[in-house]
Design a protein around this ligand. Structure first.
Ligand code: AMP
Length: 452
């Protein structure tokens, strides 16, 4: 792990303001974002607001409350809460030492932090189950490509305190409802049972037996996995390993009676909700604290990164993190992939762009002053207002108003100001009238109300 000391000379230099900040710094670094990150620009951000609104609304309808946890946590939390043999922990975490020499990690996912907050804030003492959701950035040192970034955003939910199979179905149902509200159809729910601590040893033994004579053909990582965590071989992305694993014993074939009962009930509840699913024996979560249900929602046509949502039950995780044995289940959905899917499916969110109500075009110093005051007053009244800041010509200001798509353009020059009047142009009708300046707020309020 880096010791962080290599950062010192640069930061020290930066903090000494009398030394030019740029010295020794590549200019390109100042105008290029780090690989795998995105700027969400105006025009795009409205889509994010909309997605977030849908997620929040559905969560509220299902009785889930929002939780906001820190962007960084102690590294130990993720070693324990995500698992030391996972790709995330082995290869993808942004970890560093802070100035107090503590190992800190930018959160790579949301479940571990939510579990930590549940324990630290004693949410278990409240009536159970605890139903939470979060939306926010996550960080993984992944190989960037379409739909895969180093800073990305997840919407996720977690339910702590109930092992009832209907909760598994409700969690999947919530994900499907969000997708439905976004008009995303034709998505596939893949589901499997990954067993429990009772039946897992039997399955692990069956896997070791199956792969032992194929060991040499497995990829390097899977050869190690065979000793450390054979279940994860089923999760390997290498074509060769996938082919070798084709006939591997499934988790379900080793499932104990209680796992089988739980799984059958989950499927029954999904049937009751009318949710279509594919039982996918290849779907696994390779860590001990994952139990019973694992699921993914896949979408076609967005490239290799087809998983839009992944989740499952983790009845052992809270205990693993130092709490009393408490069942848990959740999912995380990738917001970037959601947007990509909407785009691919031709679902147009551009109508979400908002336009100011009013543009004030003013010519001359006094009219500009008056326009400045009026803009402020209108905004205080909740009428969104834009104006010129660059002393542009009237023609250029009218063009700007047009481009912004405002409902009303107000025009104010020295003459109008002298007469305490203002020219009002209703853009949709191309009509122009003169209104006394003192009446303009009432006039606009009335007009905008009827337009609503
Ligand atoms: P996971 O936490 O790995 O189960 O991922 C849950 C969801 O988050 C996935 O189905 C993706 O939609 C999204 N996701 C995971 N990793 C990335 C990434 N590097 N970039 C963008 N989205 C991601």
């Amino acid at each position: 792990m880096p010791d962080g000391k290599h950062l010192k000379p640069l930061t020290d230099k930066m903090f000494r303001f009398n030394i030019p900040l740029i010295e020794g710094v590549d200019y390109k670094m100042l105008t290029t974002r780090p690989r795998g990150t995105n700027d969400i620009l105006p025009g795009e951000v409205e889509k994010w607001h909309y997605l977030e609104k849908v997620c929040r609304r559905v969560c509220s309808d299902f009785g889930y409350q929002e939780i906001r946890t820190p962007i960084f946590e102690h590294t130990e939390l993720f070693l324990r809460g995500v698992g030391e043999t996972t790709d995330i922990v082995e290869k993808e975490m942004y970890s560093f030492y802070d100035r107090g020499e503590r190992s800190i990690t930018l959160r790579p996912e949301g479940t571990a932090s939510t579990v930590r907050a549940f324990l630290e804030n004693k949410l278990y003492a409240e009536p159970q189950p605890t139903k939470l959701y979060y939306i926010g950035p996550m960080f993984r040192y992944d190989r960037p490509q379409a739909g895969r970034y180093r800073q990305f955003h997840q919407f996720g939910i977690e339910v702590f305190g109930s092992n009832h199979p209907s909760v598994d179905a409700e969690v999947i149902g919530l994900a499907c409802t969000v997708l439905e509200k976004l008009q995303l159809t034709g998505l596939k729910v893949h589901i499997n049972t990954v067993g429990c601590p009772q039946c897992r040893p039997r399955h692990l033994k069956a896997l070791v037996d199956y792969f032992s004579d194929k060991k040499d053909k497995l990829c390097k990582t899977c050869q190690e996995r065979l000793n450390k965590n054979p279940l994860r071989i089923l999760d390997c992305k290498s074509d060769i390993c996938r082919e070798l694993a084709k006939d591997a014993p499934t988790t379900r074939s080793s499932a104990c009676p209680s796992c089988e009962v739980h799984f059958t009930k989950v499927l029954k509840y999904l049937d009751a909700l009318g949710i279509e699913y594919v039982v996918d024996p290849r779907l696994v979560r390779g860590l001990d604290y994952y139990t019973h249900t694992a699921f993914e929602i896949l979408v076609e046509g967005i490239g290799a990164q087809s998983a839009i949502c992944g989740g499952g039950r983790y009845d052992g995780l809270i205990e693993q993190c130092g709490g009393k044995p408490t069942p848990g289940i959740g999912f995380a959905m990738g917001m970037e992939r959601l947007l990509l899917t909407l785009e691919t499916k031709g679902i147009d969110l551009s109508q979400l762009l908002t336009h100011p109500d009013v543009y004030i075009a003013a010519i001359g110093e006094k009219p500009q002053e008056e326009a400045f005051k009026l803009a402020m007053e209108l905004r205080r009244k909740g009428i969104s207002t834009e104006k010129d800041y660059l002393d542009k010509s009237l023609k250029a200001q009218l063009k700007a108003a047009d481009r912004l798509g405002v409902k009303y353009t107000l025009i104010l020059g020295d003459e109008e100001l002298k007469a305490r009047k203002i020219v009002v142009k209703e853009m949709a009708k191309s009509e122009q009238t003169e209104i006394p300046i003192d009446d303009i707020i009432n006039y606009l309020e009335r007009g905008l109300k009827t337009n609503d």
